[in-house]
Design a protein around this ligand. Structure first.
Ligand code: COA
Length: 665
């Protein structure tokens, strides 16, 4: 089982290092609200702008210290009250655990939280930890959710993001768009570097912007038992190059002129052409495929690989790069023009070693992908950030790419991009062959489908005064119940970015109310008015849990904190954590996430348990983009049926509301 979700790297320390030692961050903090007042981007949605216009940097002038000032002003993540979490934990178990088991769990929970008991002791330690750290959870979270996680990052951790296909179908079109894409990313980077990135808000509350400062120039590095993340965004040795992958070969491309200005689109186009001319076919070993292996296997192969100084230099050039861009080959023979599911798979895993999986470096935080057939998207390594900042970046890049070509004055010739060489020993060749086999099996075993639900979007739930996200989540509960005749432990990511260095907590979408609704829906003995009342209750319960989660009062991260505290204090693990109910609660058969965007994109990821589904969606006003995945090795799950089930559930819920007079109030 994988700890789900959304993770952190503690790179803020690097920002602190950059502050002159005499600077009082507290003093800077006092000026922050006025300064932010002028520069704030008001968002009503996570990671996107409310207005349709592209937010431009307010000023090209660097606003040094602005980031820290903002961060200083954010509240710390609270530690919820012990009794509150215990009560809510029992409530969460009700729909997913049998009565007998639950009886035993109640006893364990009572014992855990009794005065002077283990719960109280761990809670006190946790509160102390919270006082002494910027965020009591974030360091732990990034380790247990990401860096200690040993399954491959491909499918199991890295999400893919698919955007609408461009209308070119040739190399020329690919390279022209690639040049624009790179220019767009550099334009975004300027806002990050200048600290002019508009602050996002949820409602009126400003959000932590730390993740934006970790996206570029970052990379995961494999280890034998634990990975790490490097970041080269700042300082005198800050990255000035990107890496382009073409035909499984890697090239460094310097993206700044000597005067510090970014290369313009014409310059980039010339450089990209040189790369393609230097790599006319995939004649070499696909070294990048090593990054798709189990982390321990890749960790060992990595040590072997970097023994050779040339290889070490090449790997470090990729790790240090601002981002990578995979110029993929045609996959028309595999994908039809409307095969959106196949395109999403390309973003998630590259389609296998015979297609584009070798043209990747899956450890790279930001890996853009542009196919010769117009396919466009990215794959990202999850440790430094969640989906919303990634999507905000891609929204910006997409806007930039829509702009007409600009005429640039001729510039002096640039040195050719440098090919990254690898010396392949027989041992490394063996590792590559094993990685190919392993990846191809994973690709075969993942059943992923993209649904463009065209019947309605956020508009319909809103017209019934219901939260669209809650409506979709209850639709998922109904679809699952119809397929499996019981509810399952369900995870939805909730943002904790209202707090400094906040990442995510879990919204538990399977509630007693959602279960009552799902059970009643197809019961011919129930009247429609009754079903509507149950639907309203389920939606209300979901919205209430969401509110609680984004305020830092959900149960999952608190329980994790108590458990990790016990491990840290080397006391025997309290029985509530070895109880079968806890295992059931943590076995998320539905792992879901809303990642809204201005662009018509959708994110995708694999399930987190063998017998589960991964579901990610982007609700637009009049349609919903949704991707479902499951493992074909599991007899119990079926992506195709789940997709049909979700479509039917959402339509049935609308019909119910429209045909029931009470709902029209
Ligand atoms: N009546 C009418 N409209 C309503 C409504 C109601 N009762 N409730 C909500 N709405 C509106 C909202 O105002 C909003 O309007 P907009 O489209 O103009 O922006 C819209 O419906 C969407 O609201 P809702 O569906 O309730 O979702 P949300 O935007 O509050 O998002 C979460 C909910 C949980 C997704 C969000 O809080 C969150 O945490 N997102 C981060 C998830 C994340 O990190 N994912 C990535 C993991 S990799």
């Amino acid at each position: 089982m994988r700890l789900h979700g959304c993770r952190v790297v503690r790179i803020v320390a690097q920002w602190e290092d950059l502050l002159p030692s005499c600077t009082s961050t507290r003093i800077v903090g006092r000026f922050s609200s006025r300064m932010w007042g002028i520069l704030t981007r008001t968002t009503f949605k996570m990671g996107m702008e409310k207005t349709s216009g592209l937010v431009r940097p307010v000023s090209a002038t660097k606003l040094a210290g602005r980031f820290l000032a903002h961060q200083e002003g954010l509240p710390s993540l609270p530690v919820p009250a012990l009794q509150q979490t215990c009560d809510r934990y029992l409530a969460v178990l009700e729909p997913i655990v049998e009565t007998e088991k639950l009886k035993r769990t109640r006893e364990l929970v009572t014992d855990f939280q009794k005065a002077g008991g283990m719960g109280e002791r761990l809670q006190k330690s946790l509160e102390k930890r919270a006082q002494g750290t910027e965020n009591w959870l974030s360091d732990w979270w990034v380790l247990c959710a990401y860096l200690d996680y040993r399954l491959p990052v491909v499918i199991h951790s890295n999400p893919g993001l698919l955007l609408p296909r461009f209308d070119f179908r040739d190399k020329q079109g690919q390279l022209r768009h690639a040049a624009k894409l790179i220019a767009g990313v550099l334009d975004f980077k300027a806002q990050v570097d200048n600290e002019t990135l508009p602050v996002e808000h949820m409602g009126r509350r400003p959000l932590c912007m730390n993740q934006y400062y970790q996206l570029l120039s970052s990379c995961r590095v494999p280890g034998i038992h634990r990975d790490s993340v490097v970041n080269h965004a700042k300082g005198p040795t800050a990255s000035r190059h990107m890496v382009v992958a073409h035909h499984n070969q890697f090239f460094t491309l310097d993206v700044y002129n000597g005067d510090g200005s970014p290369l313009n689109e014409d310059q980039l186009l010339v450089q990209l052409r040189k790369i393609c001319e230097a790599s006319p076919q995939s004649s070499e070993e696909p070294v990048g495929i090593l990054t798709s292996q189990d982390r321990n296997v890749w960790g060992k192969a990595y040590l072997e690989l970097i023994k050779d100084p040339t290889n070490k230099e090449s790997v470090e050039a990729i790790q240090r790069s601002i981002f990578t861009l995979s110029l993929d080959s045609m996959s028309h023979h595999a994908l039809g023009e409307t095969d959106h599911s196949g395109a999403a798979q390309q973003m998630l895993h590259g389609g296998g070693s015979h297609l584009n999986s070798g043209n990747r470096w899956f450890d790279k935080t930001l890996q853009f992908i542009l196919g010769e057939d117009g396919m466009f998207g990215l794959n990202y390594e999850h440790a430094p950030a969640e989906g919303p900042p990634i999507v905000a970046l891609i929204d910006h890049v997409e806007e930039c790419m829509k702009k007409a070509d600009m005429a640039h004055s001729p510039t002096s010739p640039l040195p050719a991009p440098r090919k990254l060489h690898f010396n392949i020993t027989p041992d490394i060749r063996r590792h590559i062959e094993e990685a190919k086999l392993h990846l191809n099996t994973m690709v075969q075993q993942l059943d992923l489908k993209l649904l463009v639900f065209k019947h309605f979007g956020k508009n319909i739930p809103k017209s019934f005064k219901m939260s669209p996200d809650a409506f979709i989540q209850i639709g998922l509960q109904l679809a699952y119940y119809r397929l499996h005749q019981k509810p399952c432990s369900t995870y939805e990511s909730a943002s904790l970015r209202m707090f400094r260095l906040g990442r995510t907590d879990t919204i538990r979408s399977a509630s007693t109310d959602s279960s009552n609704f799902a059970k009643a829906f197809d019961d011919p003995g129930k009247k429609n008015a009754e079903k509507v009342a149950l639907l309203e209750r389920a939606i209300k319960a979901h919205r209430a849990y969401t509110e609680m989660a984004i305020q830092g009062q959900a149960i999952d991260r608190h329980l994790l904190g108590l458990k990790l505290q016990a491990i840290e204090e080397q006391v025997s693990l309290p029985e509530i954590f070895t109880d079968p109910s806890y295992a059931a609660a943590m076995h998320f058969k539905m792992s879901t996430s809303q990642v809204p965007a201005k662009s018509d994109c959708v994110m995708c990821f694999g399930p987190v348990v063998e017998d589960g589904y991964g579901v990610c969606y982007n609700p637009k006003d009049k349609h919903i983009n949704l991707v479902v995945s499951s493992f074909s090795t599991c007899q119990e799950t079926d992506t195709g049926r789940m997709v049909q089930g979700v479509e039917a559930a959402l339509l049935d819920m609308r019909t119910l509301l429209e045909s029931t007079p009470k709902a029209k109030l």
